[in-house]
Design a protein around this ligand. Structure first.
Ligand code: 3NM
Ligand code: MG
Length: 518
């Protein structure tokens, strides 16, 4: 077997503890999984005697050879030699890579576990064939893991490898990966010039009721795009001018499609959000029970997860709905209300970010900063910014861009000036009015507005978001300027009117409202 030509796509790590294997036979489970499409197998036994491990290794090797799939042994170079299999996988506390290479020879496949950029650089320099990057997410399968790094941590390591010229070193990630999150993790961990060669799993195969079907499914998922990645039907609008040209089309798509805006939101804003959705031509539903999302996600709409009131039940409902919308690729707008205010909210942000793909994240400066800094080792403050001070204009734009780049989505930061970015293109919108800050829930209903626009125009979520913001902010300006509006109270009904009037004027080909776009 050529060690330079190994398929790492679905990498099975064995575990024979009863909690995972149950009362099944490991050889049968491995064979079924290889039949289904597993491309590489690692025998991992933490407690067996050496003789038993060698015996198991030989049995597994007879199986893997039949399918032309490599077998590696975890930690134990001596066992690999005795079995005569294709290589080893070594952890940070195991034998030195150079020693393993010397003992096993130039043809052996040697992989190394890494959780930091520094460990990755050492392993690449030392001649590892591949890196096992993790721990991606906390997993009951291995509880003594050192670092939980998320998809963002994997991406940082891939980027560092590419930057240092180690593109040729293969990579898999490990830790809590299953059929549900595989595509999102692979997608979000992809650096501009390096992506994962595979995913390593224990329980997703060994504990699967049907390991053959499970392997087939994982392989299919690894080799295809997640549903939330939309192929653009025409070139994406990338400049402010080209987005402005799209404004009438996008505004009218909302009215034409009347997309469902499924709001999981707080009690304070439900009525306001529903009225805003109706004014722009969308069809609102306020449904906080996650079970309903499995039906609602099929209606072509978008989900708003507004963390305005968060409790354990609420969080579980968000996760269910997120799973439902992600599974069909319908957009999700996440509004991390009060993200940094309490420990509970910080922890909810982390849970939500790690459980699904959020097409749009919308928040004020504090909220966006909290979301950005949620993985402790990566706070924006560390770049020389005092955590209490307001960010400079250029820092705001950069924060939004970096978060969008990390999450591979669109990020909106609201304020006197709104910033938004998809990581490649960053825009600021200067429209709006101070009354918006004097009325409760205007930020939340902006989330609702964005959801309708991305649902109606899903192939270009950046353009859809820009248009949503313009429609919203210019309606606020027009309302505030009206003679009958004297303050926040009279502002609200006028704002609803202007949202509606902008849509109607656009339908009549009257685009005068857009002249005030800043
Ligand atoms: N190594 P599951 S995590 C074997 O982080 C192993 O290095 C890890 O199990 C690491 O796929 C892990 O069931 C267990 O989550 C992964
Ligand atoms: Mg080890």
């Amino acid at each position: 077997m050529d060690r330079n030509n190994v398929n790492y796509a679905v990498y099975l790590v064995t575990d024979s503890t009863p909690a995972i294997l149950g009362d099944r036979d490991l050889c049968e489970v491995v064979e079924a999984s290889v039949r289904g499409g597993t491309t590489i197998v690692q025998l991992r036994e933490k407690t067996s005697d050496t003789g038993d491990m060698i015996a198991m290794g030989k049995k597994l090797h007879a199986i893997t050879k039949k399918y032309n799939v490599p077998l590696l042994i975890n930690d134990r170079v001596d066992v690999a030699l005795a079995v005569g299999c294709e290589g080893v996988h070594i952890g940070q506390d195991d034998m030195e890579l150079s020693t393993a290479r010397r003992l096993l020879g130039p043809d052996a496949i040697i992989g190394v576990t890494v959780s930091t950029i520094q460990e990755a650089m050492v392993a690449c320099k030392g001649g590892a064939d591949y890196l096992g990057i993790g721990t991606v997410y906390a997993t009951p399968t291995k509880t003594n893991t050192k670092n939980i790094i998320g998809a963002a941590g994997v991406r940082n390591i891939l980027q560092a490898m590419a930057d240092a010229g180690y593109d040729h070193v293969k990579t898999v990630c490990i830790g809590g990966i299953n059929a549900e999150n595989l595509q999102r993790i692979v997608y979000q961990s992809e650096a501009p010039s390096k992506k994962l060669d595979g995913v390593a799993v224990v329980s997703a195969l060994v504990a699967a009721p049907d390991p053959e079907a499970a392997a087939k499914n994982l392989l299919g998922l690894f080799n295809s795009q997640p549903p939330f990645v939309r192929e653009a039907t025409s070139p994406r609008a990338e400049t402010a001018d080209s987005i402005l040209e799209l404004v009438p089309e996008v505004v009218l798509e909302v009215a034409r499609k009347k997309p469902l805006s499924h709001n999981m939101t707080n009690l304070v804003v439900q009525n306001f959000a529903a009225n805003v959705a109706l004014a722009i031509g969308a069809s609102p539903i306020m449904a906080n029970n996650g079970e309903e999302a499995f039906d609602l996600c099929k209606l072509g709409g978008a989900l708003v997860v507004n963390m305005g009131t968060v409790d354990p039940d609420g969080l579980q409902n968000y996760l269910k709905a997120l799973r439902a919308y992600n599974s069909v690729g319908q957009p999700v707008v996440y509004d991390p209300v009060g993200a940094g205010a309490t420990t509970l909210r910080r922890s909810a942000v982390k849970t939500i970010l790690s459980h699904g793909y959020l097409d749009i994240i919308k928040g004020n400066e504090g909220e966006i900063r909290t979301v950005y800094g949620i993985y402790e080792r990566e706070t924006f403050q560390q770049r020389g910014v005092d955590s209490s001070a307001e960010l400079e204009v250029s820092q705001k734009a950069e924060l939004v861009r970096q978060l969008a780049l990390r999450e591979k989505n669109v990020v909106v930061m609201t304020g006197e000036i709104d910033y938004l970015s998809d990581g490649q293109h960053t825009f600021r919108i200067d429209n709006g009015h101070a009354y918006l800050e004097m009325v409760t829930g205007t930020g939340c209903v902006l989330g609702t507005t964005i959801s309708a626009f991305v649902a109606a125009y899903p192939n270009d979520k950046l353009a859809a978001t820009v248009v949503a913001l313009l429609h919203f902010e210019i309606a606020a300006e027009r309302a505030a300027e009206r003679r009958d509006v004297q303050g926040p109270g009279t502002f609200v009904p006028a704002f609803l009117d202007e949202l509606f009037k902008i849509r109607r004027e656009t339908g009549q080909g009257r685009m005068g409202w857009l002249k005030s776009a800043k």
